[in-house]
Design a protein around this ligand. Structure first.
Ligand code: FES
Length: 111
């Protein structure tokens, strides 16, 4: 279980533990996945909005993660799907780097 630093902040890991191209699934009440895409951190709800698939197991390309089950691709910046079968976005969560730690502000949408 990740450390909690505030009611809605979760320390996911040290920056060095999530290199570019990697993803980390946080086992929260509602699972969240944290992505490092070319050095930028993004966090999305882990469960696809179409069915029960884990986006942490998806393929990341062009700042989007492709669902491993039916291949809708979710924009890491907005959570919006590229097209069917998923039609609803997944939630985004703001991410900060604080003292070398990746902190996810759970429930605060990415600006
Ligand atoms: S479960 Fe993700 S697109 Fe169907």
């Amino acid at each position: 279980m990740p450390a909690q630093t505030g009611p809605n902040d979760v320390v996911a890991c040290a920056v060095g533990d999530l290199p570019p191209g990697e993803v980390l699934r946080l086992d929260l009440d509602v699972p969240v996945s944290v992505f490092n895409d070319e050095g930028e951190f993004y966090a999305l709800d882990d469960t696809c909005s179409h069915a029960e698939a884990s986006l942490s197991e998806g393929f990341v390309e062009d700042c989007a993660v492709e669902c491993p089950l039916h291949a809708s691709a979710f924009d890491l910046r907005t959570g919006r799907p590229s097209g069917p079968p998923a039609v609803r976005p997944v939630r985004t969560h703001a991410v900060s780097v604080v003292d070398g730690q990746v902190v996810v502000h759970v429930g605060t949408p990415r600006a």
